[in-house]
Design a protein around this ligand. Structure first.
Ligand code: FES
Length: 329
């Protein structure tokens, strides 16, 4: 009886010591138990986030193709795609990635009897690590879709360097017979333009947001003109029209400098307020200052019933040099 009691006390003692050692070691190493296996719900949510990222990437492509002037939407779509991928990665790292069971090096017990095999079927029984991912194919497909969406969003802007987009940028409403109208749709009358004045005009019936639609119309004295021979009849009564889009970075050319005292001042010029590219209107829009490298495209004009009408297309590609630079040289 005494022996049994002593054995029971010894077992209780070992149990208590083992419990204390285990608890102390957990505190020291900061070990925390994690739920295994990974939650199938987390896997589904991760896949959903990745598919949503794919859609956001494809939305970027669609916006680029059909409304590339909307930079806010472009930025928003790519930000959403990256945010969703980040959320998916965080969730996967926290709840989906397979758990590992590692053995940690420990000092040996002084008493060899305390190094018995782990106690099975007790509060300290080790739980086995298992493969935590149960929907590999779904997650793989979602990851591939997110990669395709994001990759497409990254590659599609390269099309801006090619001729296909250049052609789209080159789309212009200007051709022989198109009337110039003001913002309210009223025809631009030649008599309404005084020497030294500046007016923004649009192609009648065209989308005012179109890159090539808007014009800067100015008037100088006819005797001041120094137009090339082939443009001699492009400026009736000294009225000239140029694309309003700066050839540097596509800001609106919105300033017209017209000297009141010609002997002491530089000549008439259109000026872009963004980086001060300056274009000489007298010789057909050649750049005379600033970072732009191409002249402003000029529109040939004629006057019909007192109103300004295009006498042909613009003289060159509208917009910055990255648009059709490969075609125009
Ligand atoms: S955009 Fe006109 S000077 Fe830069």
């Amino acid at each position: 009886m005494r022996r049994r009691l002593a054995a029971a006390l010894a077992w209780l003692w070992r149990y208590a010591v083992a419990a204390l050692v285990l608890r102390a070691s957990r505190r020291r190493t900061g070990y925390r138990e994690r739920e295994l296996p990974a939650s199938p719900r987390a896997e589904t949510l991760t896949a959903a986030l990745l598919f949503a990222a794919c859609l956001a990437g494809l939305a970027f492509v669609a916006i680029y193709a059909f409304d590339d002037a909307n930079t806010q939407l472009l930025g928003l779509s790519i930000a959403v795609a990256l945010g969703l991928i980040a959320a998916a990665l965080i969730l996967a790292a926290a709840a989906v990635v397979p758990q590992e069971t590692l053995e940690e090096e420990r000092p040996r017990f002084a008493d060899p009897e305390q190094e018995e095999a782990p106690v099975e079927d007790s509060a300290f029984a080790l739980r086995e690590g298992i493969d935590g991912v149960t929907r590999r194919r779904l997650l793989g497909a979602a990851g591939a879709a997110a990669g395709v969406g994001l990759g497409a969003a990254a590659l599609v802007p390269l099309a801006s360097l090619g001729p296909a987009v250049g052609n789209r940028l080159a789309a212009s409403p200007w051709k022989d017979g198109v009337r110039l109208v003001e913002e309210n749709g009223m025809p631009v009358k030649a008599d309404d333009l005084a020497v030294g004045s500046f007016l923004t005009a649009f192609a009648e019936g065209a989308d005012k947001e179109g890159l090539a639609t808007s014009l800067a119309v100015v008037r100088v004295r006819p005797e001041e003109l120094e137009l090339p021979e082939e443009r001699a009849d492009w400026a009736p009564e000294g009225i000239l029209a140029f694309s309003k889009i700066c050839t540097h970075a596509q800001c609106a050319v919105s300033l017209f400098r017209y000297p009141l005292f010609a002997e002491r001042s530089p000549g008439p010029a259109l000026v872009c307020p963004c980086h001060y590219s300056t274009f000489n209107v007298l010789d057909g829009g050649e750049r005379i200052f600033g970072p732009a490298v191409r002249p402003l495209p000029q529109l040939p004009l004629r006057i019909e019933d007192g109103a300004l009408v295009a006498a042909g297309p613009l003289s060159g590609a509208v917009g910055a040099s990255w648009g059709r630079v490969r075609e125009e040289g």
